[in-house]
Ligand binder design. Sequence first.
Ligand code: A2P
Length: 291
Amino acid sequence: MSQIPFSSPRDTFTLVGGVKIPCIGYGTWQTAPGMTADCVAAAIDAGYTHIDTAWVYGNEPEVGEGVRRSGRARESLFITTKHWVTERGYEKTKTAIDTSLKNLGLDYLDLYLIHWPCVEKLRPDWAEVNGDTWRAFEEAQRAGKLRAVGVSNFQEKHLRALFDVCSIRPAVNQIEFHPGYTQPETVRFTQEHGMVAEAWSPLGSGAVLKAPVLGEIAAKYGKSPAQVCVRFALEHGVLPLPKSTDPARMAANLDVFDFELSAEDRARLTNLTPSGFSTYLPEDAPADAIA
Ligand code: A2P
């Protein structure tokens, strides 16, 4: 059995630097245009205090509208967005941060992430490019525009190269993580170096939910396959960002604090035949085609 130090979705991980981040977030990737504001407002109603978006999702204005519509105090919510690959480098990144703040209608972000690392295959000076982007992140954090800064889809070598040049360490590494695709080396490296690992597509974009093993395990605990996936991430110390457009599912995906997976069931989920894998890898994917 694996206990987790949380009993509510509003319980927090503490990021390096002391910022607290709610242990489950609401993801907004692939929510149909025109639906995001309603979804974000409904998610906040359902109990989410942590919302994750990205410039490339094209929904930052709608996320901001959903936040305002919720009527919640700004400081009671945790909002993350991400820097896109076309905006790499110091000067462009400074502008990208201001653009995202304006899109969201916010004075500050709780967390800002490099969405994908620049990699060797794209540019021989990839490490320098990531370092230049990061310098603008650090400056914006010092200026109070970003409470915490981090990365997404970084593997060990990308993180090591950033550590060599940064003066503020990344607080988070957000990666694809779900039953059958758990990137154990990257999760281990991330956590051993004081970062919080976050899971995008913790439900394998819905595809994983259909796996018979997942159905069997879910029935055993009297929970749904989606709840098992959310719990599975938390039991790995990984912060899940499930998404749903359905208010009842949004709420159900937070109801994961009344059961614990056995070590055997966790292993079965870890070793599940991969399904729901996005196929996005930092070294292989064409940089402009990946979100
Ligand atoms: P829907 O929006 O219709 O609920 P991920 O978070 O891994 O990207 O997965 C999101 C997908 O999983 C969406 O297609 C979403 O569909 C579906 N989903 C989310 N929560 C549940 C749930 N509790 N039961 C079934 N499907 C779900």
